[in-house]
Write a protein that binds this ligand. Structure first.
Ligand SMILES: [Zn+2]
Length: 185
């Protein structure tokens, strides 16, 4: 029974490992503010296209204080104010996630998981990967936690599903997990 199940678990696990690598690559990328013309005005879609985010992310930025010229639709944003807003957000981003949040690479901000549902996956005896979906944009979010705190951490969420994986398999399937700095302490 155990042997039959194993290949499926490995497949799931390698998917997590790919996602993790992609996430860290994206995280390192910054907005190219050079492309924003300070004297131009932009719609949400134009902003999304210009800096490579989802249009819903721009709508989130409105709620977080991205100034619109007026309340007429489609909303327009001055380039100079967009630049200023993104610079301020980059400074704010240095704030760490709260215990019940994870970093969303699409929103580029700490987010709570949708419906407060998370999945966990043991990486090794010390580390657990927590997976959730961003409550704003639906992007898959990952966060690492120490195994000794995991029972406390999952209590912060409404629902929790645990993926059980043979540890000797997972050790070989994932690399560079030590480089992940986002550990729950
Ligand atoms: Zn998001």
């Amino acid at each position: 029974m155990m042997l039959q199940k194993l290949p499926i678990m490995c497949a799931v696990f390698s998917d997590f490992s790919i996602n993790w690598t992609r996430s860290t690559t994206k995280m390192a990328k910054r907005y190219n503010l050079q492309r924003i013309k300070t004297l131009s005005t932009y719609s949400a879609q134009e902003i999304a296209d210009l800096i490579g985010v989802h249009v819903r992310t721009v709508h989130v930025w409105y709620t977080k204080g991205l100034p619109k010229i007026d309340e007429r639709r489609p909303f327009l944003v001055r380039g100079c104010e967009l630049k200023e807003f993104l610079q301020k957000m980059a400074a704010d981003r240095k704030k760490p996630c709260r215990p019940d949040e994870m970093y969303c690479v699409s929103c580029r901000a700490p987010r709570k998981p949708a419906n407060r549902v998370v999945e966990t996956q043991a990486i090794n005896k010390k580390k657990v990967l927590i997976i959730g979906k961003c409550d704003i944009c639906g992007t898959k979010m990952n966060r690492f936690a120490s195994a000794r705190n995991i029972s406390q951490i999952v209590k912060l969420f409404e629902k929790h599903k645990e993926h059980k994986v043979n540890l000797s398999v997972s050790k070989n399937s994932i690399v560079n997990t030590d480089k992940q700095g986002d550990l729950f302490q």
